[in-house]
Design a protein around this ligand. Structure first.
Ligand SMILES: Nc1ncnc2c1ncn2[C@@H]1O[C@H](COP(=O)(O)OP(=O)(O)OP(=O)(O)O)[C@@H](O)[C@H]1O
Ligand SMILES: [Mg+2]
Length: 354
């Protein structure tokens, strides 16, 4: 089922959160709202669930205007950050709750809840209390509880943020599998860019109540539109562009920056406030001693061995730049204080100021 927000406006205490928000979530997709704290992610999710009525505008489930449809009639499954399980009921009763509330017979509730628990690998824990489960197990129960009612829409508000890294990675694979199997339209909220990139079909990058970019993970990562998106998704290095200079004889564009002339084959136009956005893994060290146009002079300020990669912070006249190299490609470890030259990728990407 396709879901859409149509001209949504919302204010709190005289502060405008959404001025006029339009957004369509395609049927069957795993759709992520990604943005910093306070940008309005949870509020949008609560509007879909029916917990928040927008000041203005409409919400559609398919062709149906559900703006005034109450929570229990929306057919929505939800999982929150803090589990929200009933502590005084068994795991099985928690999972079966939604079905029982819909008047499904006791035998069928039991059978469907057990089947759902088996799908999240917890059939053995059916009779336990949620308080006797780990955080990861509780989130599996919460997922089972949300999916057992066969909702037409699944809403997930930072369901993994209270878990440790290893469990997060494990559970995100499980969530994606359950979602794909059920083919259910899912809206996932996170402020974790890696999680968003790893899980989503589509990502909406949000900044202060606005959607600043919408696209598939690879596109959002490789071609951010604004400095905000470039920084928030993957923490790109940003280099200010002062002016566009005459092109090189081979047509390469030349850009004046505080660190000298940089070269790029990017087609994105330069406007006031434009910056070069370069991922740390796309910067490389130039050959010692040479400084050609398109290279940046710098001094190593910090070196970090991380196992699979080595991270450097290099001070340049365009600011501090982060460089990441695969450990297997690092022959001699640079040290703090070393003078280096940095080379940008030939298609260094241009973003607009936000
Ligand atoms: N019921 C409310 N009353 C007053 N202000 C609210 C209410 N609900 C949300 N807000 C405000 O709206 C803004 C967006 O809140 P929201 O919870 O949607 O953010 P979020 O993107 O989910 O952030 P986080 O990542 O911290 O969960 C915040 O500034 C918040 O204080
Ligand atoms: Mg939130």
């Amino acid at each position: 089922m396709q879901v859409s927000f149509d001209a949504i406006a919302q204010s709190y205490g005289g502060q405008t959160l959404f001025e006029r928000l339009d957004l369509t979530i395609p049927s069957g997709k795993f759709f992520t709202l990604l943005g910093p704290s306070g940008c309005g992610k949870t509020t949008l999710l609560r509007m879909l669930g029916g917990f928040v009525r927008p000041d203005a505008g409409h919400i559609f489930f398919g062709e149906e205007d559900v703006t005034n449809v109450p929570v229990h009639r929306r057919g929505v499954g939800m999982v929150f950050q803090d589990y929200a399980l009933f502590p005084d009921r068994s795991v099985l009763a928690n999972v079966g709750y939604g079905l029982a509330a819909r008047g499904v017979s006791r035998a069928e509730v039991r059978q469907r809840a057990l089947a759902m628990l088996a799908r999240v690998g917890l059939e053995k824990f059916a009779e336990r209390s949620p308080s006797a489960l780990s955080g990861g197990q509780r989130q599996r129960v919460a997922m089972a509880r949300a999916l057992v009612i066969e909702p037409r829409l699944l809403l997930l508000d930072e369901p993994l943020s209270a878990l440790d890294v290893k469990l997060r990675v494990e559970l995100r694979a499980m969530i994606r599998e359950l979602q794909t199997e059920a083919g259910i339209t899912t809206v996932f909220v996170t402020h974790d860019q890696e999680e968003a990139l790893a899980m989503s079909d589509l990502i909406a990058v949000m900044d202060r109540g606005r959607i600043v970019q919408l696209g598939a993970p690879r596109d959002v990562y490789a071609r951010p539109l604004t400095a905000f998106a470039a920084d928030f998704v993957g923490g790109a290095n940003l280099i200010a562009i002062d002016e566009e200079l005459p092109r090189a004889p081979d047509g390469t564009r030349r850009l004046g920056t505080p660190a000298g002339v940089m070269l790029t084959r990017s087609q994105v136009p330069v406007q006031p406030g434009s910056q070069l956005a370069v991922r740390s893994e796309d910067l490389s060290f130039g050959v010692n001693g040479t400084m050609a146009e398109g290279e940046l002079a710098g001094r190593v300020e910090h070196v970090e061995f991380r196992g699979g990669s080595v991270g450097y912070i290099v001070q340049t006249s365009a600011g501090k730049l982060r460089v990441d190299m695969r450990s297997s490609l690092v022959t001699a470890l640079l040290a703090r204080g070393d003078a280096v030259s940095l080379r940008l990728p030939s298609d260094a990407h241009i973003v607009q100021g936000s």
